[in-house]
Design a protein around this ligand. Structure first.
Ligand SMILES: NC(=O)c1ccc[n+]([C@@H]2O[C@H](COP(=O)([O-])OP(=O)(O)OC[C@H]3O[C@@H](n4cnc5c(N)ncnc54)[C@H](OP(=O)(O)O)[C@@H]3O)[C@@H](O)[C@H]2O)c1
Length: 277
């Protein structure tokens, strides 16, 4: 983005605000070039205070000036919102539309716009709030390499970014967007184990969370296969192998893998519901 190109975030809720903070922190946008909207006026006042930029409720007004429009509303509201913007004539300057709505296909947004809209679909996750997110972006029928690069740049301040074909987006939603929730349950369960063997809940939670953090960093930073790293912790006749066998008896691997599969299937269903909205 240049110093004068404007970005509009429609839906400054949990994810919209994370994105706004990231854009302001990285210098990709400033108070002069970033505008946000929400639905309710009282929430607009709260968000204005939190972000230090003007947050309003008039979508068409901010979209008319924007080079990039980021849709951060709930999935069932994304298509009606684009339809409403098209009806108001707010998309005639062909801004890049970036949608983070789970399950909503670029084709549905293009159709709602009623013109050859440049649409990028992006799937971030909540660790974006602390700059440790994972975002995957994919292009629609009318997006070029430049659009994808621009969209990727918007999410880089929030963590890692990958570009994939749209056919993988429901799978991405099931794994990296829902994934933090699975890991919170794992951390909680590990901490319960620590409490069971005598640690305080506070100490047990810190130990469990840092074990997950450290293990994740080992995978990402060494590029080594998780199985190889696991084998290094597993001494013959030791305590780790005894625990691993108990986890295998409980079908930990297939339970987690099926969780991802279920989440991906549900993500595809969110898109279906938004078509009829
Ligand atoms: N949360 C996640 O982990 C996650 C991860 C990846 C992607 N996503 C996607 O991110 C999107 C937003 O999720 P969220 O968790 O951030 O939701 P959220 O916290 O409920 O935020 C939604 C925001 O949209 C605003 N809004 C509703 N209708 C609007 C309209 N017509 N015009 C402008 N703003 C409007 C709401 O305003 P009010 O507050 O005034 O009602 C609220 O600020 C969803 O599509 C979801 O699929 C979420």
């Amino acid at each position: 983005m240049t110093d004068t190109e404007c970005i509009a975030i429609l839906g400054a809720g949990t994810m919209g605000r994370a994105l706004a903070h990231g854009l302001l922190r990285s210098g990709e946008a400033s108070a002069e070039t970033l505008s946000c909207t929400v639905r309710h006026a009282d929430r607009a006042r709260e968000a204005t205070e939190e972000l230090g930029i003007a947050v309003g409720t008039d979508n068409a007004l901010v979209v008319r000036d924007a080079r990039v429009v980021i849709l951060c509303v709930k999935p069932h509201l994304a298509v009606p919102l684009v339809r409403e913007l098209a009806r108001a004539g707010a998309l005639e300057h062909d801004p890049l539309i970036v949608s983070i709505a789970a399950g909503v296909r670029t084709g549905s947004l293009e159709e709602a716009g009623g013109r050859a809209l440049h649409v990028v679909r992006a799937m971030p996750n909540t660790p974006s709030l602390i700059g440790a997110g994972m975002t995957v972006v994919s292009g629609g029928a009318h997006t070029g390499a430049h659009d994808l690069e621009l969209a990727a740049r918007l999410f880089e301040p929030l963590g890692r970014v990958l570009t994939l074909d749209e056919e993988y987006m429901d799978a991405v939603t099931g794994l990296s967007a829902s994934g933090p929730a699975f890991v919170y349950v794992i951390i909680e369960a590990l901490a319960e184990g620590g409490v069971m063997v005598g640690l305080s809940r506070k100490v047990a939670t810190e130990l469990a969370a840092q074990a997950v953090n450290g293990a994740a960093r080992m995978v990402l930073e060494t590029g080594r296969h998780p199985a190889e790293l696991k084998d290094e912790v597993t001494t013959p006749a030791g305590c780790t192998i005894s625990a691993l066998l108990a986890l295998e008896d409980g079908k930990l691997r297939s339970v987690l893998a099926r969780g991802v599969q279920n989440a991906a299937q549900a993500a595809a269903g969110l898109g279906d519901r938004s078509h009829s909205a």
